[in-house]
Design a protein around this ligand. Structure first.
Ligand code: AMP
Length: 387
């Protein structure tokens, strides 16, 4: 029983975070099966309440409405008839224009109550066609029911009698709706990701682990933007900005700069790169608050952190490396063994816990950070290639 429950939650969490690729585009989950079924039921309830014992003819608009019509009529508690019409392209009068017309209405609907079942109404062009072809049919009553409705896109005056769910003006697929032929078979609805697929990596490890060196190779190899918070602070110190002056007081002691200062700066750096295919974050996040802020930032871009790749190196090797680097780097925090040890202590006190944060999401990958630069690049690439 316990195992079954665990499996259920595992599957569930995989389903809700699953991103779909159809042709060249990525889609993220938007409306669940349950929500759809509830919306269909609410349409059924409203229509049956209005029509009472009148036997309606439900007319589905193919192809998109096939799933809706199937679920709808199964839920409809009284006798009804069902038929379909279809939008078909034919060459318009103007040579380049391709006009869509509804075809397939062969049944005599004189005197009948007709309910059009549409999967979605956005601009209302199809609805205009529906009204055009039904103008000559002598139906008793024509009602329009749509599962999804985009009020921001609708620019017609035709009344919509029944709406399952209003949605924002986003491109969606699933539950009968397609993108170039794909996606109709999905039982739930997905929304186009506005930011297309990015690879975002947190390069992790204690000071002196070689993050900056490796990031320089990886950014070229994977065409990613490298953001080192330490570098940005140092740039600001060199240019004597207010941010630089503030950061310097902490950095000189080997302490962390306060979270909000660092998070605001990181957000600005990311916003500067709107076209990035992804990011290598080096030196960020360093605290739980920063990790959460980074998740929020990625979420606002319809994206996520794919992995934390950590360079694992012993403390004594780190101290030796940093003292060596201090001879040429000009960095005050590399020159003094006491400050170096404080930086490593800050890492274990505040930053190392992030291993758990990413491990819990199955996103932590440790890599041996001792060896030649090339050897370590190969080890890191092996992890990134598998993402
Ligand atoms: P680094 O170049 O990554 O070793 O960073 C040098 C110093 O910049 C650190 O010791 C901190 O004082 C500061 N720093 C860099 N990144 C962060 C961060 N994410 N949070 C707080 N302080 C940071």
């Amino acid at each position: 029983m316990a195992i079954a429950a665990t499996n259920f939650y595992l599957c569930f969490s995989i389903i809700i975070t699953m991103v779909l690729k159809l042709h060249d585009l990525y889609f993220k989950p938007f409306i669940s099966e349950e929500e759809i079924q509830n919306a269909v039921q609410s349409m059924v309830d409203a229509i049956v309440a209005d029509l009472g014992d009148e036997m309606p003819v439900f007319v589905g608009i193919l192809n998109g409405s096939f799933m809706l019509v199937s679920d709808f009529v199964k839920k409809y508690p009284k006798p009804c008839e069902v038929t379909f019409i279809k939008l078909a392209s034919y060459e318009g009068v103007k040579s380049s224009e391709d006009i869509q017309r509804l075809i397939g209405l062969t049944q005599d609907l004189t005197g009948r109550t007709v309910v059009i079942l549409e999967d979605i109404i956005d601009s209302g062009n199809t609805l205009e066609e529906v009204h055009r072809i039904f103008k000559n049919e002598k139906v008793k009553d024509l009602r329009i029911a749509t599962l999804f409705y985009k009020p921001e896109a609708y620019d017609k005056d035709f009344k919509l009698h029944y709406v399952g769910k209003e949605i924002p003006n986003k491109f969606i697929v699933g539950y009968g709706l397609d993108y170039n032929g794909l996606g109709r078979d999905l039982p739930s609805v997905y929304q186009l990701k506005t930011t297309q697929h990015m690879t975002n990596i947190v390069l992790f490890g204690p000071p002196g682990a070689g993050k900056g060196t490796q990031a320089n190779f990886l950014k070229e190899k994977y065409d990613l933007v490298h953001i080192s918070t330490g570098d940005v602070f140092r740039y600001n110190i060199k240019n004597e900005t207010a941010l630089g002056m503030l950061a310097k007081s902490y950095m000189d002691k080997g302490e962390l700069v306060p979270d909000q200062v660092t998070i605001d700066m990181l957000n600005k750096e990311v916003e500067k790169n709107t076209d990035a295919k992804g990011f290598i974050f080096d030196g960020f996040p360093r605290t739980n608050a920063q990790a959460k802020a980074l998740d929020q930032l990625m979420d606002s871009k319809d994206s996520q952190i794919n992995a934390m790749v950590a360079l694992e190196v012993d403390d004594e090797v780190l101290v030796k490396r940093l003292l060596e680097r201090g001879k040429t780097s000009g960095r005050a925090d590399d020159a003094d063994e006491g400050i170096i040890r404080n930086r490593i202590k800050e890492y274990y006190d505040k930053t190392a816990i992030l291993k758990d944060y990413y491990s819990d999401q199955n996103k932590y990958f440790g890599v041996n950070g001792v060896g030649s630069i090339e050897e370590i690049t190969v080890r890191l690439s092996a992890v990134i290639d598998k993402l």
